[in-house]
Design a protein around this ligand. Structure first.
Ligand code: ATP
Length: 447
């Protein structure tokens, strides 16, 4: 993880937030390449749900919702983690994750195991951030920053039956920030207090719930594989009965083998009709679906695939990170799926003269109509290749002396390191063909 954190900082992908004030615990900013990378992750998620299907529609709901939302959803009463304080070092820990914590005095020990540890009894700590709306701070103005995007979807279910003219089975998908006052955030962007989620609620007739649960578990697992995550680093783990929420008849996590071990990347839950039942009761609205043809009426059951955009981005980064040896030097390379790579191609004149920059810019302007490209003329060509390798650019296009004579360029492949000469007129078509081609991590078979 240290190597990934350091690469992310060096190349401005992700770095600690508010650094000029000494940072603010476990808060991160995404720089230029990080924004491009995370945007690609989110775009692939939207693509899989919206573009490649016709039964899912999109939503972007407000972060601050009516406070009754969180009473109905159960978050106000139950969205808690068990908290303990250490009376000696004054630190706070999650009582159920003491094995992941460090004693404040003896960091090699877990909390509770140091000679002077003096832990309090555990008590429940609500993870929702509270604030007030409007200029008067009284009880009536208390609101919460959403701890998940899902509830905004349930609040709008009725609208979508009308606007979107959808009937179950159909899904509503949303991407956006969520906020949790985590007791022990950490492990880079794995656990933050402010993070981005990609969630979908798929509303189905009750009798079809089990079948759709099975469908979405597989579909979401396959999404990560298709985007290049190695199969031996990905697994679907069904929750044990004692891990399930009282309303869920089944939940499975897609887990990734991060450098910190197997951890949740996404949860897929069969939530029954718990959420719609609760919101119907608290809002006094009828949220049933009525089939106009058959007259059948029911509260749909819900299958929820809930993913984290930051955790997914981190998994793609971990899976892509590699080092190899070229000419006796260690090269750091991100072997990202081309669809996720922040920059698809770099256009590099070999020298800063002889009309090469002019031709390189002509190529740049043509390519950027279609894909994310970057121009770089500073430093020796090998150093420029290394910079592109570090941000995972799959192809580097070099304009050289021959390019001026015959309008061809070389295309260097990040992974195989082959250089192929291609006519400038064929370049855009060739790169688009490569971008669409199925892709397999070159790390497969080598570990
Ligand atoms: P965990 O058990 O790790 O706290 P969770 O089961 O509470 O996660 P969910 O409520 O199912 O998580 O949220 C769905 C997804 O949102 C998670 O799979 C994860 O990818 C992401 N997520 C949840 N909490 C955080 C966080 N604090 N920082 C970054 N991503 C998060």
């Amino acid at each position: 993880m240290d190597k990934i954190v350091s690469l992310c900082k060096r190349r401005g992908i992700i770095f600690p937030s508010s650094e000029i004030y000494g940072g603010i615990g476990s808060s991160y900013d995404y720089g230029h390449y990080g924004v491009l990378l995370k945007n690609n992750v989110k775009a692939q998620w939207w693509r899989a749900l919206l573009q490649e299907r016709d039964d899912v529609v999109a939503l972007d709901s407000a972060i601050i919702q009516h406070p009754r939302t969180w009473e109905a959803s159960g978050h106000l009463a139950g969205f808690t983690d068990p908290l303990v304080d250490c009376r000696t070092c004054k630190r706070r820990y999650r009582a159920d994750k003491l094995e992941d914590g460090q004693c404040g005095e003896k960091p090699s020990k877990c909390p509770g195991q140091g000679p002077n540890c003096d832990l309090t009894e555990s008590r429940n700590f609500n993870l929702m951030f509270q604030t007030t709306v409007g200029p008067v701070q009284d009880e009536g103005s208390t609101v919460f920053l959403r701890p998940e995007t899902a509830q905004g979807i349930f609040l709008n279910f009725k609208h979508y039956l009308q606007f979107a003219r959808k009937k179950p089975p159909f899904g509503i998908a949303q991407v956006g920030k969520s906020f949790r006052n985590e007791i022990t955030p950490g492990n880079f962007v794995f656990r933050m207090r402010e993070f981005e989620q990609m969630e979908m609620e798929f509303f189905v007739p009750p009798r079809e719930a089990e079948q759709w649960y099975e469908f979405w578990k597989q579909a979401r697992y396959d999404w990560y594989l298709k985007l290049g995550i190695r199969e031996d680093h990905l697994r679907l783990r069904p929750h044990d009965p004692d891990e399930l929420s009282h309303y869920s008849s089944g939940t499975s996590d897609v887990e990734y083998l991060y450098p910190i071990g197997w951890q949740e990347l996404e949860g897929i839950a069969n939530r029954g009709n718990f959420d719609l039942t609760q919101h119907a009761e608290f809002s006094k609205q009828n949220l049933e679906y009525v089939d106009t043809a058959s007259g059948e009426r029911y509260l749909p059951h819900v299958i929820e695939p809930a993913a984290g955009a930051d955790r997914a981005t981190l998994a793609f980064l971990c899976d892509a990170y590699d080092e190899d040896q070229i000419d006796g030097e260690t090269r750091t390379v991100l072997r990202l799926h081309p669809a996720l790579a922040p920059v698809k191609a770099a256009v590099l004149p070999l020298v800063k003269k002889d009309n090469q920059p002019e031709l390189a810019r002509e190529i740049l302007f043509d390519l950027r109509e279609r894909i994310q490209v970057e121009y770089d003329e500073c430093d020796a060509i090998v150093r420029r290749y290394r910079r592109q390798d570090e941000i995972g650019t799959p192809w580097s296009i070099t304009v050289d002396h021959q390019s001026i004579e015959d309008r061809t360029v070389t295309v260097r492949d990040r992974d195989s390191l082959t250089q192929e000469r291609i006519a400038i007129s064929d370049l855009a078509g060739e790169l688009e063909r490569r971008l669409r081609a199925p892709w397999r991590s070159p790390k497969l078979g080598s570990d």
